[in-house]
Design a protein around this ligand. Structure first.
Ligand SMILES: Cc1ncc(COP(=O)(O)O)c(C=O)c1O
Length: 392
């Protein structure tokens, strides 16, 4: 028997729940609020197909070549220009690097910043994909609780002034998993608190284009320009499978990031970048974002109404955008038990534990982007039956 001597860092990654989730999602009789995919109803397959054929007509084999590490320049310029116009950020194409989905930023950023044992701040609850990506670099992860008021500023201040963490990873817009959005005051306070502290801010803006009211929220980066990075992605609004995201950062950070990116994969998928650029030249991205946000808003409202109606014992967040909400379950019931009983009743929810460094068994995440709108009420009726069964 071969004994595989894997690197110690793999042991630092928390166990993933994804295998169980995929098995559940594959069963068509289960109504699933457990996943996290964008709805196929809003993915513009025809538009992307036309863009792809135009790209081949124009570029031929050049569309299949190797390319530069920092990304297709017109796409970088488009992204920078959009941040300048929409959010008032003082950035150019030089501040943008394209990555294979914003998930890659999490990995490469941590690779550039984190030595084993370094302190890194994550939200509680926080994005499980980030906890996973950072863990591979063996940091000392520290939680900052977040709620409707934003991050707990006392905790943030204490840790920032104490252990001088390398960075604070935050999702101020319609967070995954909670759907929470930082109020404007919390954004200002985070910027003030970090300013000059020696800790960077990593602002993950995966959902900033999906506010139901269409109003962009001010990125914290605007108040902390030299000390923050921001990541974004076309995944949630256009085409997750094309794996096209970006990092926006001060040039000294990008120079290091570029080294890590080159070593990891030379460059992001050129064909995806060319096709996306063509789509952007021939379509209205704002209109597409409105379409997606409106579809998700309707699902979110249906889910909130069904929860208030059928499961009043569940407290829940009220998202202003995005794809998720978090529900708090009554004392005495664990989220894992609710998951298991839910599956018996034909509904799946995501247990809270993977979103926390500690605890989290008293919440579940519900996704509303990828559930069939006609099944939402029935799904919540099943959840209510599962809660009743667990209360005995
Ligand atoms: C908060 C957050 N950040 C980053 C990602 C990664 O997305 P992508 O790599 O598709 O851009 C996700 C995916 O669900 C997410 O929820």
């Amino acid at each position: 028997m071969t004994s595989y001597r894997f690197a110690r860092r793999l042991g630092a990654v928390p166990p993933s729940f994804l295998g169980t989730l995929f098995a559940v999602s594959a069963d068509p009789s289960v109504i699933s609020f457990a996943g996290g995919l964008p709805s196929p109803a809003v993915l513009d397959a025809d538009g992307i197909a036309r863009a792809a054929s135009e790209v081949f007509a124009e570029f031929g084999p050049a569309a299949l070549q190797y390319a530069t590490t920092d990304g297709h320049r017109p796409l970088r310029a488009f992204i920078a220009d959009r941040y300048r116009r929409r959010l008032g950020l003082d950035v150019t194409a030089e501040n943008v690097q394209v990555v294979n989905g914003s998930q890659q930023c999490l990995d490469l950023f941590a690779k550039c910043l984190v030595d084993p044992g370094d302190s890194v701040l994550v939200e509680a609850p926080g994005y499980l994909g980030a906890i996973e990506a950072f863990s591979l670099y063996e940091p000392s992860l520290v939680s900052v609780p977040v709620d409707e008021l934003g991050p707990d500023l006392e905790v943030l201040e204490r840790i920032v002034s104490g252990s001088r963490p390398k960075f604070f990873y935050a999702i101020p817009n319609s967070q995954n998993p909670s759907g929470l959005t930082y109020p404007d005051g919390a954004r200002r306070a985070v910027a003030e608190l970090l300013d000059g502290s020696g800790s960077l801010l990593y602002e993950d803006d995966a959902f900033g284009e999906l506010f139901f009211d269409g109003r962009p929220r001010e990125p914290i980066m605007r108040r902390l320009p030299g000390q923050s990075v921001l990541s974004g992605s076309f995944s949630k609004v256009l085409a997750p499978g094309m794996r096209c995201g970006w990092i926006l950062a001060p040039e000294p950070v990008l120079a290091q990031f570029n080294v890590a990116k080159q070593a990891a994969d030379l460059h992001s998928n050129l064909l995806s970048q060319l096709v996306l650029m063509r789509w952007l030249e021939t379509h209205d991205l704002d209109a597409q974002c409105r379409r997606v946000a409106t579809y998700y808003e309707q699902n979110c409202r249906a889910l909130l109404d069904a929860l208030d109606d059928r499961c009043p014992e569940l407290g829940h967040t009220t998202p202003e955008g995005g794809m998720f909400l978090l529900a708090r379950i009554p004392p005495g019931i664990s989220s894992l038990a609710l998951f298991e009983e839910g599956v018996r009743q034909g509904v799946a929810v995501m247990p809270g534990r993977p979103f926390y460094l500690e605890g989290g068994d008293d919440v579940v995440r519900l996704n509303f982007s990828c559930v069939d709108p006609g099944s939402i009420d029935e799904g919540v009726a099943r959840l209510s039956r599962a809660l009743r069964a667990l209360r005995g």
